[in-house]
Design a protein around this ligand. Structure first.
Ligand SMILES: [Zn+2]
Length: 64
């Protein structure tokens, strides 16, 4: 029962190590498992060849 620092209920947290932001983007990584990351990480990681970023459904998250 780890207490999350989030201010909401079931928002997913960014999957990147040490990042506590809310996940806003799903990354499809051909050589790794799909994972949800925050918009900032999504922008960076989506620049890699073959990686596809797709906004997660939900309220406007500033992506796109
Ligand atoms: Zn992040």
């Amino acid at each position: 029962m780890a207490e999350s620092a989030g201010d909401g209920g079931d928002e997913k947290q960014c999957a990147e190590e040490g990042c506590t932001r809310e996940a806003a983007v799903r990354l499809y990584v051909p050589w790794e498992a799909d994972r949800d990351v925050c918009a900032a990480h999504g922008r960076v990681l989506a620049q890699r060849d073959g990686v596809v970023a797709e906004p997660l459904p939900g309220d406007g998250n500033g992506w796109g």
